[in-house]
Structure formats: structure tokens, C-alpha cells
Design a protein around this ligand. Structure first.
Ligand code: WTA
Length: 629
């Protein structure tokens, strides 16, 4: 299962294409199954139906926890670094984590949560977040983790879409110098939700909260009164494990569903191979568990591999821009997996923050979430990795469950800004606008997959048709990623970014339609159009063109109000960076906004706007150009 040389990679890759079922059966055998599968794979992309390891029965927590207890029960499963560096870090062994997960699973059961029920988790980056996730998995409840930065409205939408009957949250959260209310936000969300029977509240900040009798329960109280034994629920390989909402180019975020068997096999296989994890190495992924990277590469992948996974509560710039390097030194981190945005941001503070920290424990680096520019790639490699750590630029998506295209650390020859080669089992194809495969090297186009892998999305919760439409209908017979890419002369892949109306702001996926809907909620707004523009630190910034009811008297104030509205409807991550007031938008005669033009203007690229003759009113373009920010 573990690939150690480039030749072994080539052999594994070939085998995975020639005999995918044989290949993945061999990988899956390394895990603990209660009952073996009857059929490795059945699939039909036209119907968006994929099943892996059908008939197999397992529980992912037995693989993430129980399986390790005899050998490495005392090894840290989690190291937790709190927001404030003066507070004590906590190390939680596999034995202790197992105990805590079982106890909390019993709490969930006691309050009526059963297999198949949906549980919303809205917590800061504390060990309890991992405990809550695994406790759900233990009893077969489907977790839906909502990133702690989302608004009450976003939480409510997600709770209602999945009809969750339980919410797990905390009184508050520490994030850098800020204390953020959590329970209060959940309370506001629950005003709009009918399905929730109980809220479990963990104490973190001692922020005063209102506790509703009969509904709300304190975490610390509850875990006192339950047993520490909790048998794992037997799960079919294709039973859902979790839902994670993600933005697309249209409408509300979709609930991406992953299932127990295939997801586990894929997350663990890719973790072990991409990072070449060796026993006792300390692995630190800076993502939040509220995103897929945290699900697959803080919780499930590492724990199913018996790794030590570091969880950091705070932000890379608090108390100052040396925090990540302090953590690396303090915990002797061997593997660091982070995002280009974090790298660019820390880069901008200068090398003084890096100097003076002993980073010699680092052996491997990883990057994820957005294209990494050459400057950031070299800075990370040279100044953090001392030019002797491999750097894996890992391309993947919420929908893919795990890493798809990436170097294997230290094995695959690297090229800055290239995610390099597909992992075994992954069959990328590049297609043109008409869906025709572009073969050969030195080509570019839209990135699709022509064969399923175990971690592929199974459905969008409650709406299978949407899954079919979004991923499997653009290019029939293929999974469409929404990304553009090029394949160079060596067959190496470079991901160039989204080709749909999805933005990637600081590595966060945000749909332009979502932001527009939020802006349009403001009383003073008639209509808006949102595009992304190149931003030095964030990768992309959000540029909003807004038609106001009447010319704003105080434009600056109005901009702030719009930002506050977006924050309230979606969350602070979706706030526009620039708001330009316009009198009209460039629309075609059929009423479609020509974003191509707006994108160019937002980039300051006014010269060649292409053909604007099909516009209803070409004169608006001149106005917009004049007022560009
Ligand atoms: C982008 C995050 C370039 C891409 C794991 C994809 C990347 C979207 C890379 C998925 C990378 C992710 N290079 N682009 N290494 N990794 N992306 O669902 O546009 O939050 O479609 O999953 O991020 O974002 P998501």
C-alpha cells in the first residue's frame, strides 16, 4: 500500500488503471472490516451512481481508534495548541481519545440520536470538535460540520437542508485577539429551524449564554454521567458518513455526501502516500476542520493511519506572524500542510519572523486549496523547508474526498506551481468546450475525470438530480471538476483555477451568485454582479458592481453597510473587497450579465474588452470603466 519509489508509483498507477478493482481491493484489505465486501465497484456516471465495497460492513472509528490501541494506545493521536501561546498545549493519546469519543457517543445516544440522524457541529478548533465528529461516526449519525465563521443564516440553511436533530457548539471561540460568540449565533439560527431537539454546549470562553430548558445541555455535565464503553455501529460501506456544504456556481451551497467505506480507504491511502507518513512523525495541517481539508487530513486520514495530528485553535498572525514557526519548533513538527494564502500572508511580514525559530524538525511540506504562485512556492520551500523538504502541491476538492493530483513527497520530481501527476486510481482527462478529449501533452482545457475513485462524491444531500446536473452533465460520461488546467510536455498537471462562477478567496470556495444574493438583500440595492480579481495575498478578491436605489450620499458608509449585510447573511469570509456603484450592468439582450467584461475591468484590463456589440446598452461599459476602483 505504501509507495516508496517513483518506479513503484508507476507500477501502482498502471495497475490501478488496468485493474482498478484489484488495485483498490488490495488497498482496502489493510483496514478492519466487520464483513468483507461483495463487489468492489459498480458505477454509472450518467446517473451519478457510484458504489465502492458494496456489502462490506465497517465502522470508521474502529479504524481510526480501536485498531491502534494495542500497538500505539499511548501515542498522541492529537496535539492541541490553543489560541493563546501562554496556555498549555494538550496531548491526547489514542487511548484517551477512544475513551472520550465513546463517552460522547453515549451522550448522543442518550439524547435520542440514532444511526442515520443528522448532527450539526459548529465548534472552534478544539479537541472536542474531533471528539464530536468521531462520536457521530461511532453511532452512525451523519455529521454536518459548519465552519465557525459562518453566520446564523448560513447555519440555519444547513440545518434545515439536512434536517438535523442535534447541534453541538460552544459558548464562544477564541480567534486571535477576538472572542467570538458561538452559542448566541446558534440560538439565532435555531429561531429559523424546527428539527433540532437538543443543543450540546461545550465551555470554551465562559461567555455568558442563554440555556433553554429541555433543549440545551452542557457538554461537561453530560459526559460525567455516561459509560466509557460504546460499541461501534456496524455501517454499510455505502452508508453516509458525513455531509459537508460547499459553494457552487448557482444557488445555495450543496451538501456533498461522502460514505463510510470508500471515503475512509481514500483519505487514509492518500494521506499515507502523499505525505509519506512515518510512525511517530508529528503532522500539522493548518486548515479548519470545518472544511474538507480538515475532515480528510486532520481527522480521518491521519487517525486511520495512526498518526499524530496537531490541531491549532488560533490564526497564523496571532500574537504575531511567527506563530506557525513557534508551533513547529515547540512541537517538533515534521510535516506541515498549509495554504498558499497563509504562505503569502506570512511572506509579506518579512523574514524576521522566521529567523530565530528552529525549523529543523520539518521533513515534508504541503500546500492546498488554491493555485500556488511561483514566488510563494519558492519562499515556502527555501525559508521554511531549508531547501531540503519536499513540497507537495496537492490538488483536490470537497467532492473528491481526498487528494487527486499531487507529488508523493520526496518521490515525484517537483515543478513549482504544478500539482504534477495523478495519484494511483485517478484518471484525469482534459476536454475542450465541446467535451472532446484533448489528448497528448502540451495542452490545456477543462479538467475532468473519466473513472471513479473511492472518495468520489456520492450525492448532494436530498437532491440527487443536482449532483447529476452539477458534476456529470456538462461532459456526459465524465466527472467535471469546474477547474481549468494544463498538461505540459512532461505530462505534468498545473491547475489554473475555476472556469465557472466560483471564487477562491483565501482558499475558501465562494459562489458569486451567493454573494450577489446577499448584497441584493440590502434595502438600498437594486441589483449587483460579483466577480473575482487577482489579489496579492488572498489569491482572489471579491469585486462587487452594485446598482443602488438612489445615488448613495455617503458611498463609504454604504459600502460598509453592504459588507455588514454579506457578513450577516453568509459570514465575514464573503465580504466584498471592493464595491463599485454603477448605474447599469453589461447585459446581453437576453438579460445575461456579461461577467467577462466585468472581470476584465476589475483587473484593470480596460484596453481589450472583446466584442461588446451584443450588449443591450454598450454605453454602460464606458461608465463602469470610468468608475473602476
Ligand atoms: C482549488 C479544497 C490549484 C480548485 C481541498 C478546486 C486548487 C477548489 C488546489 C476546491 C491546488 C484546491 N492548486 N487549485 N493545489 N487545491 N484548489 O472544495 O479550484 O474547498 O476546484 O477543496 O480549490 O476547493 P474545496
Amino acid at each position: 500500500m505504501r509507495i516508496k519509489t517513483f518506479e513503484a508509483y508507476q507500477i501502482a498507477y498502471r495497475q490501478s488503471v488496468e485493474d482498478p478493482e484489484g488495485f483498490w481491493a488490495e488497498v482496502a484489505q489493510q483496514f478492519q472490516w466487520r464483513k468483507p465486501w461483495k463487489k468492489v465497484l459498480s458505477w454509472n456516471f450518467n446517473e451519478a451512481n457510484v458504489k465502492w465495497f458494496e456489502g462490506g460492513v465497517l465502522n470508521i472509528t474502529e479504524n481510526a481508534l480501536d485498531r491502534h490501541l494495542a500497538q500505539i494506545g499511548n501515542q498522541p493521536a492529537i496535539i492541541w495548541e490553543p489560541n493563546d501561546p501562554e496556555d498549555k498545549a494538550v496531548s491526547i493519546s489514542y487511548n484517551v481519545l477512544h475513551d472520550r469519543v465513546c463517552r460522547f457517543a453515549n451522550v448522543l445516544k442518550k439524547h435520542g440520536v440514532k444511526k442515520g440522524d443528522r448532527v450539526c457541529i459548529y465548534l472552534p478548533m478544539v479537541p472536542e470538535l474531533t471528539v464530536a465528529v468521531l462520536a457521530c461516526a461511532r453511532i452512525g449519525a451523519i455529521h454536518s460540520v459548519v465552519f465557525g465563521g459562518f453566520s446564523a443564516k448560513s447555519i440555519a440553511d444547513r440545518i434545515n437542508d439536512a434536517e438535523c436533530n442535534m447541534v453541538i457548539t460552544s459558548d464562544g471561540a477564541y480567534r486571535g485577539s477576538k472572542v467570538i460568540p458561538m452559542k448566541e449565533t446558534v440560538d439565532a439560527a435555531l429561531d429559523q429551524c424546527r428539527s433540532v431537539k437538543h443543543v450540546i454546549v461545550m465551555t470554551r470562553t465562559r461567555t455568558p449564554v442563554s440555556m433553554l430548558k429541555g433543549r440545551d445541555l452542557w457538554w461537561e455535565e453530560e459526559v460525567k454521567h455516561v459509560d466509557s464503553v460504546c460499541a461501534a455501529e456496524p455501517m454499510d460501506a455505502e452508508d453516509p458518513l458525513f455531509i459537508l456544504y460547499t459553494s457552487g456556481s448557482t444557488g445555495k451551497p450543496k451538501g456533498v455526501v461522502h460514505t463510510c467505506g470508500g471515503y475512509m480507504v481514500y483519505a487514509a491511502y492518500t494521506f499515507a502516500n502523499v505525505f509519506q507518513y512515518e510512525p511517530e512523525e508529528v503532522y500539522f495541517c493548518t486548515a479548519d476542520i470545518g472544511w474538507i481539508t480538515g475532515h480528510s487530513y486532520i481527522v480521518y486520514g491521519p487517525l486511520c493511519t495512526g498518526a499524530t495530528s496537531l490541531i491549532f485553535e488560533g490564526v497564523p498572525t496571532y500574537p504575531d506572524a511567527s506563530r506557525l514557526w513557534q508551533i513547529v519548533e515547540k512541537h517538533q513538527v515534521n510535516i506541515l500542510y498549509t495554504a498558499p494564502t497563509a504562505i503569502r500572508s506570512l511572506m509579506s511580514f518579512g523574514l524576521d519572523y522566521v529567523k530565530g525559530h528552529d525549523l529543523s524538525s520539518l521533513k515534508k511540506l504541503g500546500s492546498v486549496g488554491e493555485p500556488i504562485n511561483e514566488e510563494a512556492w519558492h519562499w515556502f520551500k527555501t525559508n521554511i523547508g531549508s531547501d531540503n523538504c519536499p513540497l507537495a502541491d496537492t490538488w483536490w476538492q470537497t467532492e473528491t474526498g481526498g487528494i487527486m493530483i499531487s507529488p508523493l513527497a520526496g518521490i515525484t520530481h517537483e515543478k513549482p506551481t504544478f500539482a504534477t501527476l495523478p495519484l494511483p486510481g485517478i484518471q484525469p482527462v482534459i476536454v475542450d468546450e465541446n467535451g472532446k478529449e484533448i489528448e497528448g501533452n502540451g495542452v490545456s482545457g477543462n479538467l475532468c475525470m473519466k473513472f471513479p475513485w473511492p472518495g468520489i462524491i456520492r450525492t448532494t444531500y436530498g437532491d440527487h438530480e443536482r449532483c447529476k446536473q452539477t458534476y456529470f452533465s456538462t461532459y456526459p460520461g465524465m466527472y467535471f471538476t469546474g477547474d481549468g488546467c494544463l498538461r505540459d510536455e512532461d505530462g505534468y498537471y498545473r491547475i489554473t483555477g475555476r472556469v465557472d462562477d466560483v471564487l477562491n478567496v483565501s482558499g475558501h470556495r465562494i459562489g458569486t451568485a451567493e454573494v450577489e444574493n446577499a448584497i441584493n438583500m440590502h434595502l438600498g440595492v437594486v441589483e449587483s454582479a460579483v466577480v473575482g480579481y487577482t489579489h496579492d495575498i488572498k489569491g482572489q478578491g471579491i469585486y462587487a458592481y452594485v446598482i443602488a436605489e438612489s445615488e448613495p450620499e455617503d458611498a463609504e458608509m454604504f459600502r460598509k453597510d453592504i459588507a455588514a449585510t454579506v457578513s450577516r447573511i453568509i459570514g465575514p469570509i464573503a465580504k466584498p473587497d471592493k464595491v463599485q456603484f454603477v448605474t447599469g450592468l453589461p447585459k446581453t439582450r437576453s438579460g445575461k450579465i456579461m461577467r467577462r467584461i466585468l472581470r476584465k475591468i476589475s483587473e484593470g484590463d480596460m484596453g481589450n474588452l472583446g466584442d461588446i456589440s451584443t450588449l443591450l446598452d454598450p454605453a454602460v461599459v464606458e461608465d463602469i470603466k470610468r468608475g473602476a476602483l
